[in-house]
Design a protein around this ligand. Structure first.
Ligand code: CP
Length: 294
């Protein structure tokens, strides 16, 4: 594996291998990549993804470098391509990138840099967040063993969500039945999913319920929070018994999920997701570093 750009570019065998690898890291497997140098370039805000990549790099014995855009020569007009080329020359050849731009990783993959480079997508525009989908899948498998023929309900801001798109791409590969539920302003039909606007109906017989963060930074116009909360907020009353509650974070408390549900035992899976993110990112980096010569 040279890069991780989208779930669509991974086979089911490759996904299963990454899950097994993450599991072995969780069980104490050790690696030492002390000659490897990895840059974290986050052009959008992040807590979970940035820290878990940094944590994963440190646990693998490699060296993380945080690219601070506000203090970089990007502010003097240097292009991203030139920045990466110079960092390559300095000795950093793996780049974890979060960006607002669609297809940036795909474009960077085509460029011949100073030395062979490797790119890992840490969240790109509205379209993809592959390590989030992998860590979500890892977490689901730990709890319910398989997604084949299981009902996964994805609730909320489908339209602006890269988490939804990557999760749907992955879950479809493994035979899940996916239902989306959203108000009209957040709705988007995605192939291979069933849309049910009535949340109560959507939640019937759900095995997994994924709430999505409202992507305020991507909204063209303000929405009525009250309307969303009334019809799409998950709470102790409407949450289906025995289902798994997931959310990629950060949670808008009492909007996507009520505080009471979030702080209950049911809400703990969301922290399991954050925990598993480190092991999935270790597995992805390990796989990419294995293929590098030095
Ligand atoms: N889930 C997720 O991507 O969270 P952050 O934006 O905090 O990285």
């Amino acid at each position: 594996m040279k890069h991780l750009d989208t779930i669509g570019n991974l086979t089911t065998d490759e996904i299963e291998e990454l899950i097994d690898s993450a599991s072995s890291f969780k069980n104490g497997r050790y690696a030492n990549y002390s000659t490897k140098h990895i840059a974290l370039m986050f052009f959008e805000n992040s807590t979970r993804t940035r820290f878990s990549f940094e944590c994963a790099i440190n646990r693998l014995g490699a060296h993380p470098y945080i690219f601070d855009i506000s203090k970089s020569s990007n502010q003097k007009g240097e292009t991203l391509k030139d920045t990466i080329n110079n960092l390559c020359a300095i000795g950093i050849n793996t780049f974890v990138i979060r960006t607002r731009e669609e297809n940036l990783i795909d474009e960077l993959k085509q460029i011949e840099f100073y030395r062979p480079t490797h790119f890992i997508n840490a969240g790109e525009g509205k379209s993809s967040h592959p390590t989030q989908a992998l860590l979500d899948y890892f977490t689901i498998l730990e709890k319910i063993k398989t997604v084949k023929n299981k009902k996964v309900v994805i609730v909320g801001d489908i339209r602006h969500s890269r988490v939804a798109r990557s999760n749907i791409a992955l879950l479809k590969k493994f035979g899940a039945n996916i239902t989306t539920s959203a108000p009209e302003y957040f709705m988007e039909e995605i192939e291979g999913t069933t849309f049910e606007p009535d949340l109560k109906k959507a939640l019937i017989d759900a095995d997994v319920v994924m709430a999505l963060r409202i992507q305020n930074e991507r909204l063209d116009e303000a929405i009525s929070k009250e309307d969303f909360i009334k019809n799409y907020s998950l709470n102790m009353e409407n949450f289906p018994q025995g289902a798994l509650l997931m959310h990629p974070g950060p949670v808008n408390r009492d909007v996507e999920i009520s505080s009471k549900l979030l702080d209950s035992k049911i809400g703990k899976t969301i922290l399991n997701q954050a925990e598993n993110g480190v092991y999935i990112r270790m597995a992805v980096i390990d796989k990419i570093l294995q293929g590098q010569s030095r």
